[in-house]
Design a protein around this ligand. Sequence first.
Ligand SMILES: [Zn+2]
Length: 269
Amino acid sequence: MARSRGNTVELAITQLVILLLGAGAVFFGLRRASVVPFILAIFFLCSILAVLKLLKPAHASRKSTTGNGTIAQPQIVPEVRAPAKKRSISDQLQALDWYQFERLLAAIYKEKGNEVERLGGAKPDGGIDFILRMGLIELPVQCKHWKSWTVGVKEVREFLGAIKDAGLESGRLIALKDFSRDARALAQRHNVQLVDGKDLVKLMSEVNWENNPAIQSILNETTKICPQCDAEMVLRTVERGRRAGERFWGCSQFPKCEGALPLEMPLKA
Ligand SMILES: [Zn+2]
């Protein structure tokens, strides 16, 4: 904006100077009663004006093509900013609660053609969230929706116990972030498959997450779902004890169901 105004002022001053010069030439030309200087002055003025008019548009178009043009900018800015509002896969996964994360993984494997038997939620202590069936193969899966920590040896060991309890031989452990080096070594020794944050992004792409209704319905949920009974949850406040006054998501079926989730993520609009 400032630049274009500057150019206009510059042009006006130039034109004024030229007009004054022209007027001077005309005045002196008439005084000397000679036609030749007068014609020369007019010719000189016309040439300058013609050169200026030729130069100015060329200068302006060069500016707009380099992207520095002030006129083109307001049209480009909204187009560039619009996709930035779209959240990345990682951001969307981070925004989920652990139960949504578990259901999302179950949905992803279903979309990939696996049969999925969900065990988590109602039986969270079992150490297995769901079982994948691929033909005759049964694969127990556990999801760790840890936003800040990497999954360590302890969790792999616990998962190995759960696999053994279920009478199975192998399993798949899924982490939102990553696994520690020791955890990876232990998993490798016991044939436990690990899926980390990078693998998750790949999995999401494989099921075309942006245009997949089953995936989108979980990512865009506007209600919290109870991990124990799948009923809707409501915001409640702790009434007694150390945490009195704290808010949390409680099952709408309370006291029949005591399902609860921490109030860590606000509901999406
Ligand atoms: Zn419930």
